[in-house]
Design a protein around this ligand. Structure first.
Ligand SMILES: *[C@@H]1O[C@H](CO)[C@@H](O)[C@H](O)[C@H]1NC(C)=O
Ligand SMILES: *[C@@H]1O[C@H](CO)[C@@H](O)[C@H](O)[C@H]1NC(C)=O
Ligand SMILES: *[C@@H]1O[C@H](CO)[C@@H](O)[C@H](O)[C@H]1NC(C)=O
Length: 630
């Protein structure tokens, strides 16, 4: 057990300007200090192109340029300490914010802005793989931008011209750190994803670890393994990699960096390893430090030479590695705090250049254009569903009945189904911009329908889509893929591998895991009333992971899908309905209708209307939220 929260100090709110014009000012809060080790890491994941930062959330309003400045200062601090610092990114860099989604072609500015950060090890997420286009862009743009730092252990690319299958990037990366000369062997994985476009091939992790190159790589006896991956830290895939490495090498420390589930989390697989997940949407910059690494070849390139007396390498190798982790809010004041700088001394030339690139891209894309003014906050998980503050209730009751319309079939009663995972962010009271349409609804999904479905059959589909994965419906893909990432994997707790004896052990832990999925709702505030609401993470190490002390925020679960009844009243039971659904749901709809007694197939599906959920949402807001913001 790590010592309880030691508060490092209080950052104060000087006259600070968040770099993107129009963003709210950061808030001050009590802070916890970072612990430095021999090797230290900054980790981003699931940034989903939020390079502009959060305009309406004071805890997260720094932008990618501020992160560039921050990392430059942190590298300097590492140099001064004779320590090392590596930057990691674990994928889902695209889709989710206007700077990627609103340009033609997509990512016109995003790829270049992202590449301004010097990242030492990066891997691919599922969002880079849904479309042939974004797979090509990884291959011909992101991989060349990051060269040997991009690692693709279980991902191949199919060349459009030759049809040849090649690794998307190198399988693993072996290198020596700058200051201590530590030998690192690193891997870059993606979970066993199967909805990828056909110009890519994802190899199952369990098969990859059997490959000869992998078996050779884990025999390298480096000073440290670094496994990065677009994988939840409690998912089976990381456990498989951990077990495979440990079979070959029982004592080299392993640092895991994961993501995908949009949460802050840390798991200790054994005493010589730690896995962290660093949230989402550029809300979180993860930190890991490792000390007590025993260098296997002490003379080998050690610039430190132990002049700082930290016993690196030469002698003390008995005590074993120690790990720390922190989840930093993407808050400019926090960045000042951790670097000991201020508004004058913090921004670097390179950081300011990136902030300028973002500002100009936003102007070109007109992302600040205001569609309307949100009259109240609408929450994905901070308000119960159904309720007046739930974004899903608002969609069901206010938006879908207005937008789901086809003039040739306007007299037909209809059911309209949307999956909750199709909505990706809250709406805050205040200005609602073009950018916000993409953060709330980043996907390109339009509406399709099956005409004239008997109501008795149609009304059963929602229940099937919202049921547990365990329900057996022939041909129905896993329904967990329909919901928001935080709820996708209520998977077994990943205890240290040797603690898991039987399958029963795993199941008994499942409830506890489920209850703290969002990891935001645990009180760490010691009853202090003056705190700002935010992440209050509890992970396997303790409650002191967040760098900023916050008031906890509530988390409510949501169903996989919600449904609007349109053109008939709640008491009525029409004979037939037009069964309307978001494109994304198509693979689930036919099996669910079949299971309900409807003999339909893909030929029965037709487009229902023009426009996407995103474009229709923008129109609706323009029509309905015309009031000026106060
Ligand atoms: C990369 O691939 C995309 C999608 O096929 C294409 O539009 C783009 O021109 C390519 N870029 C380069 C530099 O080849
Ligand atoms: C992928 O699918 C598209 C459309 O069905 C097809 O044109 C293309 O040849 C396929 N590519 C590969 C590599 O199989
Ligand atoms: C920032 O720090 C520098 C160097 O310590 C100091 O000279 C300057 O007055 C500080 N500026 C502000 C606004 O606090």
């Amino acid at each position: 057990m790590i010592q309880s929260s030691l508060l490092g100090g209080l950052i104060t709110a000087a006259a600070v300007q968040a770099v993107q014009p129009g963003a709210v000012k950061p808030v001050a809060a009590p802070m916890r200090d970072l612990t430095w080790g021999q090797i230290n890491f900054l980790h981003t994941t699931d940034t989903h192109s939020w390079v502009s930062g959060h305009f309406l959330e004071p805890s997260f309003s720094a932008d990618w340029g501020d992160y560039v400045s921050f990392s430059q200062h942190m590298r300097k601090l590492a140099d001064d300490k004779g320590a090392d610092l590596l930057l990691i990114d674990t994928g889902d860099r695209i889709e989710g914010s206007g700077i990627y989604d609103s340009s033609t072609p997509k990512g016109l500015y995003q790829y270049d802005i992202f590449a301004q950060q010097k990242i030492d090890i990066l891997s691919t997420g599922n969002h880079e793989l849904y479309k042939a286009y974004s797979i090509d862009m990884e291959h011909n743009t992101t991989v060349p931008n990051f060269k040997e730092n991009y690692v693709a252990s279980n991902l191949d690319y199919i060349d459009p011209k030759s049809g040849k299958r090649v690794p998307q990037a190198q399988r693993y990366r072996k290198f020596k750190t700058k200051n201590l000369g530590l030998n690192i062997v690193s891997f870059g994985f993606i979970f066993d994803f199967d909805l990828n476009a056909n110009n890519s091939v994802v190899q199952k992790v369990a098969d990859t670890v059997k490959e000869e190159w992998f078996q050779d790589a884990i025999k390298e006896k480096p000073d440290l393994f670094v496994v990065v991956g677009h994988v939840g830290v409690r998912m089976e895939e990381f456990k498989t990699i951990f077990t495979a490495i440990r079979k070959e090498d029982w004592d080299t420390p392993i640092a895991f960096f994961g993501g995908h589930l949009h949460i802050r989390d840390a798991v200790s697989y054994d005493s010589k390893s730690l896995a962290i997940a660093s949230g989402r949407y550029l809300e979180t910059i993860g930190w890991m430090s490792i000390d007590g690494i025993a260098k296997k070849h002490p003379k080998d390139g050690d610039k430190d030479g132990d002049k700082d007396g930290d016993n690196t390498g030469e002698v003390e190798i008995k005590k074993g590695p120690s790990f720390t982790r922190k989840y930093m809010d993407n808050n400019l004041l926090g960045m000042y705090y951790h670097t000991g700088l201020n508004e004058t001394t913090f921004p670097t030339k390179e950081g300011q250049k990136v902030s300028k690139m973002i500002e100009e891209a936003r102007k070109s894309l007109n992302l600040g254009h205001r569609y309307g003014c949100a009259p109240r906050d609408l929450w994905m998980t901070r308000a119960p569903y159904p309720s007046k503050d739930s974004i899903f209730s608002w969609l069901e009751e206010d938006v879908l009945p207005d937008i789901v319309a086809n003039k040739d079939r306007k007299d037909k009663p209809r059911l309209a189904i949307v999956n909750t995972g199709g909505v990706r962010f809250d709406i805050f009271k205040g200005p609602f911009t073009r950018d916000d349409t993409f953060t709330v609804s980043p996907f390109n999904s339009g509406f399709q329908f099956v005409p004239d479905v008997p109501y008795d059959i149609a009304k059963r589909v929602l229940g099937i889509l919202n049921s547990e994965t365990r329900i057996f419906v022939d041909g129905l893909p896993n329904t967990r893929q329909l919901t928001i990432p935080q709820l996708m994997y209520p998977r077994p707790t990943f205890e240290s591998v040797d603690e898991i004896e039987t399958v029963d052990d795993v199941d008994q832990d499942a409830d506890e895991t489920e209850a703290r999925l969002e990891l935001r709702g645990v009180d760490a505030s010691d009853g202090n009333d003056n705190l700002f609401g935010g992440y209050t993470t509890k992970d396997d190490i303790g409650k002191d992971g967040d760098d900023t002390v916050h008031e906890p925020i509530d988390f409510y679960a949501v169903p996989n899908c919600v449904q609007a009844k349109i053109g008939f009243s709640a008491e009525e039971e029409p004979k037939t309905v037009d069964f309307v659904f978001l494109d994304f749901l198509q693979p689930w709809i036919i099996p669910a209708l079949k299971f309900s007694g409807g003999d339909y197939n893909a030929k029965d599906i037709e487009p229902y209307m023009d426009g996407t959920l995103t474009s229709k949402l923008a129109e609706w807001i323009g029509d309905n939220w015309k009031e000026e913001c106060q």
